[in-house]
Design a protein around this ligand. Sequence first.
Ligand code: FAD
Length: 312
Amino acid sequence: MGSDKEQEREIAELRASVQVTRRATVAALEDILYSPQPVLDRGFLRVIDYMGDDGAIVQAARVSYGRGTRKINEDRGLIHYLMRHRHSTPFEMCEIKFHVKLPIFVARQWIRHRTANVNEYSARYSILDNEFYIPAPEQLAAQSSANRQGRGELLEGAEAARVLELLREDSHRQYLHYLEMLNEDEGGATIDQGRSGLARELARMGLTLNFYTQWYWKTDLHNLMHFLSLRGDAHAQYEIRVYAEAMLEVMRRWVPLCHEAFVQHRLNAVTFSAAALAVVRRLIAGEKVTQEASGLSKREWRELAAALGLSQ
Ligand SMILES: Cc1cc2nc3c(=O)[nH]c(=O)nc-3n(C[C@H](O)[C@H](O)[C@H](O)COP(=O)(O)OP(=O)(O)OC[C@H]3O[C@@H](n4cnc5c(N)ncnc54)[C@H](O)[C@@H]3O)c2cc1C
């Protein structure tokens, strides 16, 4: 994928070039344009391009001839209204393009979000770098007993050390086998002139899922928020959630009013079912409601209690 120095030089060159444009730009996003924001141990996220700003949402909602912006408070009110009432198409008028470096097992979750345009680094064409994700010790947790999809208590001492050793050894060994099968070193030079080497598209299959891949990922603001509401949630796996958190920070720079409305009405909001709302009404009226008398399942009851901050 080129040396780090070469990549740094290319990024510096891009950042040094300034274009004059009549299009809307956002100073806070321009500040980080092209710059990689570190994520996990060797990953990153960087903004490559974007279209639109908070004003573009307002402009589209009003189908206006000018920039669409009136007073900031009117714009804020309108954006909050659109978010609250799921008037989503004005948000689709803004687009953003990321370059992401991420472990393959994170990419498998990420690619399930189909409403984006993706182009991934080709390991049929190029040799993958010897770069794999090793969790930080504070992420080495046991399987959760309460949630089949989650993590529980942290592993400690000898068990944690052994897990890290196994992960490192397996990844390293698989990479050495990968190069041996290719009959190429990391720089692409032939190791043994007497062998032809296996095709890149086949040699890669033995690599572990923690190897890093890279892609360009472009989406509109509406679908970005859908992604963030699922992957920025506490139930999402930590390794994808940290990318969502980095993107949420990008969104805060890019469309601050929309970010504020999104955090308020989507990310930190709760939806009640009709039955849960009936329970809330009974609680507000001063009634003592039990799970058995609530009409909710045990799980729904637990979720409602957690949302309301009630002890069960
Ligand atoms: C915490 C968590 C756990 C998960 N666990 C699992 C799991 O165990 N197994 C698993 O397989 N997946 C799992 N997923 C993935 C999940 O089921 C979704 O595939 C993923 O979140 C993408 O969501 P999406 O389809 O809404 O997004 P997108 O693909 O971006 O689609 C956005 C919206 O567009 C519409 N849409 C897009 N394509 C179609 C289509 N072809 N037909 C109809 N409507 C469409 C839908 O309304 C959709 O909600 C999990 C996701 C999360 C967040």
